[in-house]
Ligand binder design. Sequence first.
Ligand code: GLU
Length: 141
Amino acid sequence: MCGIVGIVGNGPVADRLVDALRRLEYRGYDSAGIATLDGGAIGRLRAEGKLGNLSQKLAGAPLLGRIGIGHTRWATHGAPTEQNAHPHATERVAIVHNGIIENFRQLLENLAKDGYTPTTQTDTESVALWVTREPGSRRYA
Ligand code: GLU
């Protein structure tokens, strides 16, 4: 079962997101990731396997955003790879999700008509693309 965390902080939240995910490790997971918002841009790091792998990546490429989300994944759709790990993101939105999007194939078929192509094998990415296509969707600044 996945773990989900979110933090709105006064300083960089990346380490706190990983700490919070560590507290949820008992739930079991196959990959993990975080995304933060820094100066209007989404920064994202993901890794297969244990949180230590994500921490190592973070040490080499810090994320400085003060708002962030994190996820430990228990794959239901798509292999437990870095590419399929959450958060799923476009230039406009990053999302984490627990569970199954039952109609994701229909959503992706609809999105394909407007040129939106998934880059992962997950059901979750369909929602990130759907939100991005919405006319009211805008870059957070
Ligand atoms: N269905 C989503 C996936 O396979 C979410 C899995 C979960 O709850 O961790 O990525």
